[in-house]
Design a protein around this ligand. Structure first.
Ligand code: PRP
Ligand code: URA
Length: 208
């Protein structure tokens, strides 16, 4: 399932990010703010327990998040840009990282680093974060690696998706929910998303 956030506050920020004149400082802030909106939507079904509360006025019942082990998995390097936003809403989450670089000619992902603890029992919730879903190669490989490590509950959060990447991801991982801020038109001949926002890693880290 692929959910596209449809909200003026999201679209406003996506428009600012797309603008080539937006400097890295603002770009990073927008990535973090959009990540909080994505997390809000993606975590609607997070597990909770009922708790007793005593307000200054009365006793009542409330809900408390009951997810003892959430692991955030940014795909290096652009995924790091979304980490602060995720930790803002899930401050006790663990973090594992997957290093992946697209081959410039073929766009196939080249994994270069894995630092993710194996799942313990499969009840953990793994949340993969990466701003761009272009061909889908990186995201599909990341999720395949997590499944090999024993993760069964996985979600993928990204900012801009191409139809080609969505189709590939749904084919390879129909069991994993995807949340995105914008679905774009297509990929160009260099496998960049059109209209997109350019190279997300370069724009986050100022390496243009
Ligand atoms: C970008 C992006 C994704 C990938 C998406 O990373 O952050 O990981 O491309 O493309 P795909 O869907 O075709 O796999 P890139 O390889 O440019 O590395 P970087 O994050 O280090 O800049
Ligand atoms: N990676 C990016 O950073 N941008 C794209 O448009 C495609 C892949």
């Amino acid at each position: 399932m692929h959910t596209v956030l449809n909200h003026p506050l999201v679209q406003h920020r996506v428009s600012l990010m797309r603008n080539r004149e937006t400097p890295s400082k603002l770009f990073r802030e927008l990535v973090n703010e959009l990540t909080v909106f994505l997390a809000y939507e993606a975590l609607r079904d997070i597990r909770t327990v009922e708790i007793d509360i005593e307000t200054p006025v009365a006793r009542t019942k409330g809900l408390k998040v009951d997810e003892p082990r959430i692991i955030l998995v940014p795909i290096l390097r652009a995924g790091m840009g979304m980490l602060d936003g995720m930790l803002h809403v899930l401050p006790y989450a663990k973090v594992g990282v997957l290093g992946m670089q697209r081959d410039e000619a073929t766009a196939e992902p080249i994994p270069y680093y894995v630092k993710v603890p194996p799942a313990k029992g499969g009840e953990e919730l793994a949340i993969v974060i990466d701003p761009m879903l272009a061909t889908g190669g990186s995201a599909c490989d990341a999720v395949a690696q997590l499944k090999k490590l024993g993760y069964k509950r996985i979600k993928f959060l990204n900012l801009i998706s191409a139809p080609e990447g969505i189709a590939r991801f749904e084919r390879e991982h129909p069991d994993v929910e995807v949340f995105t801020a914008a679905k774009d038109e297509r990929l160009n001949s260099h496998y960049y998303i059109v209209p997109g926002l350019g190279d997300a890693g370069d724009r986050i880290f100022g390496t243009l």
